[in-house]
Design a protein. Structure first.
Ligand code: NAD
Length: 261
């Protein structure tokens, strides 16, 4: 699918980080862009800067996702591209002992469920509702392609560290749904791929001190630095444009493999 002004895309989490870079890259190539995000202020700002449309959407809430599609499609039409970038992480062990008192605690069920709801269920809802919309429009090219869905997992889906049980479960679920989703939608000309980012310079790392970032960087092979969000946006664009990429999960991590901690 050649990216052009003939098509539109929706990017969840488009108010920040990888989603924002993806939205900006699409807009630079002429694609009409819609953004789903909970951060209204930044979402509106990015949308205004790129001539796109913002909808305040909680991806974990089915009705909110429906309302977001309705709002954005009314302005830029049915999207042929759906990119899921909205996501959260919350470090906590499966069960742990309090350092000071030795008290034993199980993982907070609410926290686990929240991470799964946003990262996994949110990606599924947006992908499935977007696919249903794409199925109602005509295929575009000699291959009969209707659209493409790109999800964002994480290298933590494969090498989750201590304290990442909720996050890794949610991202592992995204990896697991990629191939069956691609198979479900193959006859409709809709492709599905998932990216597993390593460490990309985004606001997600803002709360971490420089020493934590340095220790993470030590695992990165070449180039030995955090990824630029633009490099993620470029990979998304490649996955849109190369029609032969389907049902695939791709690590974008400069060779990093995560140890237990
Ligand atoms: N940055 C990295 O190194 C890295 C590595 C691996 C995976 N990822 C994944 O990439 C994605 C983007 O990460 P990022 O670094 O750009 O983070 P970010 O925090 O900069 O952006 C995430 C965006 O998602 C939005 N969001 C959160 N919950 C939402 C909800 N319920 N509904 C709608 N929007 C919601 C936030 O408001 C924010 O704008 C996430 O899924 C993250 O897990 C990032």
């Amino acid at each position: 699918m050649k990216l052009s002004s003939d098509m539109s895309a929706i990017v969840t989490g488009g108010a920040s980080g990888l989603g924002e870079a993806t939205a900006r890259n699409f807009a630079a190539k002429g694609v009409k862009v819609g953004i789903f995000d909970m951060n209204e202020e930044r979402g509106e700002m990015v949308a205004k800067e790129i001539g796109g449309v913002f909808a305040k959407v909680d991806v974990a809430d089915s009705a909110s996702v429906d309302a977001g599609f309705e709002k954005i499609r009314a302005v830029i039409g049915q999207e042929r591209i759906m990119v899921n970038c909205a996501g959260v992480g919350w470090p906590m062990k499966t069960a742990s002992r309090k350092r000071d008192t030795g008290e034993i605690m199980a993982h907070s069920p609410e926290t686990y469920i929240r991470v799964i709801n946003i990262n996994l269920i949110g990606s599924f809802l947006c992908a499935s509702k977007s696919a249903a919309g794409m199925m109602a429009i005509d295929p575009m090219d000699p291959d009969g392609e209707r659209g493409v869905i790109i999800n964002t997992a994480s290298v933590a889906a494969q090498d989750g560290q201590i304290g990442q049980v909720a996050y890794s479960s949610s991202k592992g679920g995204i990896v697991g749904m990629t191939l069956p989703m691609a198979r479900d939608l193959a006859r409709e000309g809709i492709r599905v791929n998932t990216i597993l980012p390593g460490f990309f310079e985004t606001p997600i790392y803002q709360q971490m001190g420089p020493e934590v970032k340095e220790s993470l960087k030590a695992h990165v092979q070449f180039p030995n630095r955090f990824g630029h969000a633009d490099e993620y946006g470029d990979l998304v664009a490649f996955l849109c444009e190369n029609t032969y990429m389907n049902g695939e999960c791709i690590r974008a991590d400069a060779g990093a493999r995560m140890p237990p901690r």
